[in-house]
Design a binder for this molecule. Structure first.
Ligand code: BGC
Length: 594
């Protein structure tokens, strides 16, 4: 499906809009910073829920009521142009308690199956639309180069062609193939967000504020500078955009990062000449959260720079009065041409038209009770299973058939929050039973019944293993959930406490199966020496019980590494770990034919 051409409805509407209404149309506000009444008064074009931007209580029906209140308010504005409600449904409609949580993209990259990703896009569109929201900031089509980046798991992997294939499949699934776009997709973050050099983050006030307030000294690569030449930009980071634009993606989000020292949000060549000109992108470019403010300490200059560069809708996200007044001033002063403003508005209206919003042709919304539907959960279970990669099985420990005693240890083995990772219920995700789901422990219990001992031993408490013994020990290790720069890390090495857990399990069992829950490859160190078999589950989501099918041989391992798995940490501030020989190369899967 491609974007339909501009209809007379769009031009007609544009011609009737006042300057203030056109400015309202390019304004996107965080829902915590605006009321429905203000939406109607200022004819606001879009409202969003950022990560964890949930209503109280966080239920599908409360979501629907919240979103509906804004959409209905926009219909009461003078011209009644409905707003777009946007949210980060990046692995399912992940902010909502009870939604189906799919594996993060790195696991889908390991599965490498476009039909599966397309089906996930469909299910996500249904659950998202059921809460009234018809825009998700997905897919991330980054091609992550350095696993120290906290957003590595948001990308499908390091193969540009794979990223393009799966990104396109998600767009297809979300937007649907009917005449009218179902749920608007947003390819992000344009461009080369995955190519930033470790150590180059900084300068932006809010990064420094976050670093200080939350003591995240390791925010060193997210939002940094991609120091790559144009040939690399084109061969590695552009192909996915080429494909999704060809497929009619309606929106693209600009990246916080820079390209050779120039912020993408202010980069006219990238946004206007390359994306809109050369690639022929006819949808609209949305800025990232508070990203425009990073362009200059002078807000007026920042706004002009971003809009002139090609940003069409600004994710303000808080002080919409300041934004609207600034745009008004710069247009009246001739610092921003009306032609550019009108082009931005036309692009937004054109997408709204393609979504059936300008002529009352919008699709009927599903009922909120569809969130977490059993067929969606079955799909998530299949995806969790499809993305797990068997990294090693030196002694043919797997599958676990006819093993009389199996012991299970590690916090992630029975923790939905750890299996879901970041961007789940809260921005950074959280440990614990944060949303309904099933775990590896549930799945193993189903298969093994009485021969399984769920020990409850974790890195924090090894004592449940005292006086225990079994033939086989399944032990999980994990990363604590994180999002964005909060997940940047100086080291990929598995921490000492989890090393000790694996070592302790090895003392009480004959054979160890290590299951890694992580958003990126980890340097496993001595844990690897203790393990007879190693599986990486990535961040499998709310239906992690599917992994048990693989361990007992009820389903075959099919996943392949979508990224190189480093053997050691890179030297501080040096290039990405791919510079050294990896432990396992991209494409690796034990026992799966090449
Ligand atoms: C992230 C985007 C996200 C946006 C809205 C930003 O912090 O970089 O990926 O879509 O927030 O939540």
């Amino acid at each position: 499906m491609t974007l339909p051409t501009v209809t007379s409805r769009v031009d007609d509407l544009l011609a009737r809009m006042t300057l203030e209404e056109r400015i309202g149309q390019i304004t996107q506000v965080d829902r915590t910073a605006i009321t429905p009444e203000e939406v109607a008064e200022y004819a606001i074009g879009s409202v969003l829920s950022g990560g964890g931007g949930n209503p109280e209580p966080n239920t599908p029906t409360a979501w629907r009521a919240m979103v509906d209140s804004y959409v209905e308010a926009s219909r009461r504005s003078r011209l009644g142009v409905p707003l777009l409600y946007g949210t980060d449904a990046v692995h399912g409609h992940n902010n909502v308690v009870g939604a189906t949580i799919f594996p993060h993209n790195i696991g889908l990259g390991a599965a490498g199956d476009p039909a599966l990703v397309r089906a996930i896009g469909r299910a996500t569109a249904i659950e998202t639309a059921a809460t009234g929201a018809r825009w998700t900031f997905a897919p991330t089509v980054a091609v992550p180069q350095d696993p120290r980046w906290g957003r590595t798991y948001e990308g499908y992997g390091q193969d540009p062609a794979l990223v393009a294939r799966l990104g396109t499949a998600l767009v297809d699934g979300l937007q649907g193939d009917a005449e009218v776009i179902d749920v608007l997709a947003c390819a992000k973050h344009f461009i080369a967000d995955g190519a930033t050099t470790y150590g180059t983050t900084g300068g932006a006030q809010w990064v420094e504020w976050w670093q200080r307030s939350y003591s995240i000294p390791n925010w060193r690569i997210d939002q940094g500078d991609a120091r790559i030449d144009e040939a690399t930009l084109r061969s590695v980071h552009l192909p996915a955009y080429h494909e999704v634009v060809g497929r009619g993606v309606g929106s693209v989000m600009a990246s916080y990062s820079s390209w050779n020292g120039v912020k993408v949000h202010g980069h006219r060549w990238l946004l206007t000449e390359l994306l809109k000109g050369e690639l022929g992108f006819e949808g609209f470019v949305v800025s990232d959260y508070v990203a425009v403010d990073q362009l200059s300490p002078d807000y007026r200059e920042a706004v002009v720079t971003a809009l002139e560069a090609g940003v069409d809708m600004v994710m303000v996200p808080f002080d919409h009065t300041r934004f609207r007044e600034t745009v008004r001033e710069v247009v009246l002063a001739g610092e921003l041409s009306e032609e550019r403003l009108n082009d931005a508005v036309r692009r937004i209206l054109r997408v709204k038209d393609a979504m059936g919003l300008l002529d009352g042709q919008e699709p009927a919304l599903p009922h909120p009770s569809v969130l977490g539907a059993s067929d969606h959960r079955a799909l998530a279970r299949r995806a969790a299973l499809a993305g797990a990669v068997l990294l090693a099985d030196a002694h043919d420990v797997l599958p676990l058939t006819g093993t009389p005693n199996v012991l299970l240890a590690g916090a992630a083995a029975d923790d939905v929050g750890l299996a879901c990772g970041g961007w789940t219920i809260e921005w950074s995700g959280r440990r614990g039973a944060i949303t309904p789901g099933r775990t590896l422990a549930d799945g193993l219990r189903d298969h093994l019944g009485g021969s399984l001992a769920v020990t409850g031993a974790t890195a924090e408490d090894l004592s449940p293993l005292d006086q225990m013994a079994a033939e086989v020990g399944v032990v999980t290790v994990h990363e604590e959930p994180y999002a964005e720069g909060m997940g940047d890390t100086a080291t990929l090495v598995l921490d000492a406490a989890q090393q000790a857990l694996v070592a302790r399990v090895a003392e009480v069992v004959d054979r160890v199966i290590l299951v890694v829950y992580a958003g990126r490859p980890l340097v496993l160190g001595p844990a690897l020496d203790h393990a007879d078999a190693v599986v990486v589950a990535w961040l499998p989501g709310s239906e992690a019980d599917g992994l048990a099918d693989l361990l007992v041989g009820a389903a075959p391992f099919r996943g392949r590494l979508p990224v190189d798995w480093p053997a050691a940490d890179p030297a501080p501030d040096a290039g990405p770990p791919q510079d050294q020989a990896p432990r396992w190369r991209r494409g690796h899967a034990h026992g799966v034919a090449g």
